[in-house]
Design a protein around this ligand. Structure first.
Ligand code: GLU
Length: 297
């Protein structure tokens, strides 16, 4: 099995930056004869906006992106995530973590520890300490990582080496964490091509490491990554909803059609405007612009 995927969080309408990434996911998949899958990353119920899954899909279709299977909803897949955690647990690779965000920020850490990495506070709790903490707080589950860093190869960025820390596998409200869910879903749906915005490039090594632990080195090595440049606003910051008219609905109010948006996205990628299948003929990953694209209306 082999596939590409687009994996939005249904937390509101897609903006032109999200649509551009989706166009690239489509181009990469189609140009390598892979089906493209749609996966809604809706594990964080507090961020999910009812109906935005349908709106996102309509907007993707409006710019010409079609998918080859019914969408997957992560919120309906706790069984497969539980199975993966059980497998790691059996191998002694899971531990309970009682730290609050604040405790993690304030904990002493090794001088060269990468910023934001978990300092390992709960790794070696004695049974007694664990009991005491468990009386006060529900634990998250963390991976007992056995490496400090890991390297993947990216079609656009070359080698990406990044820190692997003891990532959260299950949050303390019991839901699977992003990295675990993404890795399990990618594997079980045959995804071997990951195209997404380059602000997630540093997640690729830890996801590949987790994939290796769960499914073997060959499965981890088989994944092709392409982390694509972000779309930014006039100040050079990652495009956001507050940056004016950035969704198809808002742009329609300014008399900009979905076809015009598609054409602007394609031109920004150095591709001819028009229907996506036509752009596909001219698509060459090596010729993609490497800089962020500045959006302005
Ligand atoms: N759900 C993530 C996002 O919307 C994408 C995660 C991924 O592609 O791995 O930014």
């Amino acid at each position: 099995m082999t596939a590409g995927r687009y994996a939005p969080s249904p937390s509101g309408d897609l903006h032109v930056g999200n649509l551009r990434t989706a166009v690239l996911a489509w181009l990469f998949a189609r140009s390598t004869s892979r089906p493209l899958l749609l996966r809604y990353e809706d594990l964080d119920a507090s961020r999910t906006v009812t109906g935005s899954d349908r709106r996102q899909r309509e907007d993707l279709e409006a710019v010409g992106i079609s998918f080859d299977a019914e969408p997957l909803y992560q919120s309906q897949r706790s069984r497969v995530y539980d199975d993966a955690v059980a497998q790691l647990r059996q191998r002694g690779l899971v531990y309970e973590c009682f730290c609050t965000r604040r405790e993690i920020q304030e904990a002493p850490r090794a001088p060269h520890a990468p910023p934001g990495a978990y300092p390992g506070t709960c790794r070696q709790l004695s049974p007694d300490q664990r009991r005491r903490r468990a009386a006060q707080r529900r634990p998250a589950l963390r991976l007992r990582a056995e490496v400090d860093e890991y390297t993947v190869t990216d079609r656009l960025l070359g080698q990406i080496t990044a820190a692997v820390d003891d990532v959260v596998l299950v949050r303390n409200d019991g839901t699977a964490a992003y990295n675990l869910a993404a890795v399990v879903d990618d594997q079980l749906t045959g995804v071997d091509q990951v195209v997404r915005a380059d602000d997630l490039a540093d997640s690729a090594p830890r996801q590949a490491y987790l994939r290796e632990l769960l499914y073997g080195a060959e499965a981890a090595r088989a994944v092709e990554y392409a982390h694509v440049p972000l779309v930014v606003n006039a100040e050079g910051r990652r495009l956001a909803k507050r940056d004016g008219a950035v969704t198809l609905e808002q742009l329609a109010e300014q008399q900009v059609t979905a076809e015009q948006v598609r054409d602007r996205l394609l031109v920004s990628l150095g591709l001819p405007p028009g229907p996506l299948p036509q752009a596909l003929e001219a698509f060459d990953p090596a010729a993609l612009p490497a800089e962020p694209w500045v959006w302005s209306l």
